[in-house]
Design a protein around this ligand. Structure first.
Ligand SMILES: Nc1ncnc2c1ncn2[C@@H]1O[C@H](COP(=O)(O)OP(=O)(O)OP(=O)(O)O)[C@@H](O)[C@H]1O
Length: 255
């Protein structure tokens, strides 16, 4: 199936996932235009990681479809996955490889030539301040370093669509600024970024389109201005998911 390839980077339709009796993602449909910087926000446990995992073909949905540039993830996985760079939450990296070995492994798996893998690996390791960790096994990386090497692996083959689950979490401010600059340049040149985050200021800074997920359902989506209305995204978020910070105190936590 190939539909609207020119306009849509992603087309999600009716994606649903149950874990036992629990519905983690419920009938999610989204159209993400090419060239979008798309932010997915929602409370803890809203289903963001599950949704993104289904969107990129890592979790099989109970129902619904996902297509990248018109290629269905399950019917035409080769074409769809060739277009994707993916960074998902959780520790799925081969930990016994060094950072450099990991990039070589991923690059060759993606069908790149060795020389190209070497050049791009050197460049991305420099950009993400990982040169001194290139020969260290990933098992010995800090959380932020693991996030950065996973991001480097997602970028290496030059995908046209990037799906990043909380890419800035645990990353130091200098690296975060580098990543922001890499991603905004990528979108300016026609790439598409879909990322989840809990940092509303970052989503407001970077994204032109936003979806709010709550209890597995999309409760708002559209341009950033459509979703936040006249106020801040944080206010819109709290209103949409019906949550407000409370003045709760802990009975034992005082001096
Ligand atoms: N493999 C699984 N088995 C059972 N329940 C799961 C599984 N994966 C996720 N869930 C549940 O599905 C819900 C959605 O989880 P998910 O990780 O997608 O949320 P999230 O929006 O990414 O959360 P967070 O912002 O905290 O990272 C949660 O209630 C979680 O406990």
């Amino acid at each position: 199936m190939r539909t609207n390839q020119a306009e849509e980077a992603f087309h999600l339709d009716g994606l649903t996932k149950h874990f036992g009796d629990f519905t983690a993602v419920d009938q999610v449909g989204l159209s993400i235009p090419v060239g979008s910087f798309f932010g997915l926000v929602g409370p803890n446990g809203a289903g963001k990681t599950t949704l993104l995992s289904m969107a990129v073909g890592l979790i099989r949905p109970d129902s619904g479809t996902s297509a990248v540039h018109g290629h269905d993830l399950w019917q035409a996985p080769k074409e769809a996955k060739a277009a994707l760079g993916v960074l998902l939450e959780g520790d799925m990296l081969p930990r016994r490889l060094t950072g450099a070995e990991l990039l070589t492994y991923v690059g060759l798996l993606r069908g790149m030539k060795s020389a190209e893998v070497a050049d791009r690996s050197a460049e991305v390791l420099r950009a993400l301040d990982l040169v001194s960790a290139a020969d260290v096994v990933v098992a010995d990386y800090s959380t932020g370093m693991r996030k950065k090497i996973a991001l480097a692996a997602a970028l290496l083959h030059g995908p046209s669509v990037l799906v990043l689950d909380e890419p800035f979490e645990a990353v130091d401010p200098v690296s975060a600024a580098t990543i922001r600059s890499i991603l905004t340049g990528y979108v300016a040149r026609g790439g598409t970024v879909v990322f989840s985050s809990h940092v509303m200021a970052l989503v407001e800074l970077l994204c032109d389109r936003v979806a709010v997920l709550d209890a597995g359902r999309v409760v708002a989506h559209g341009t950033l201005d459509e979703v936040r209305g006249g106020g801040s995204l944080e206010d819109a978020f709290a209103h949409l998911v019906g949550a407000q910070p409370t003045a709760e105190t802990l009975s034992w936590f005082r001096f």
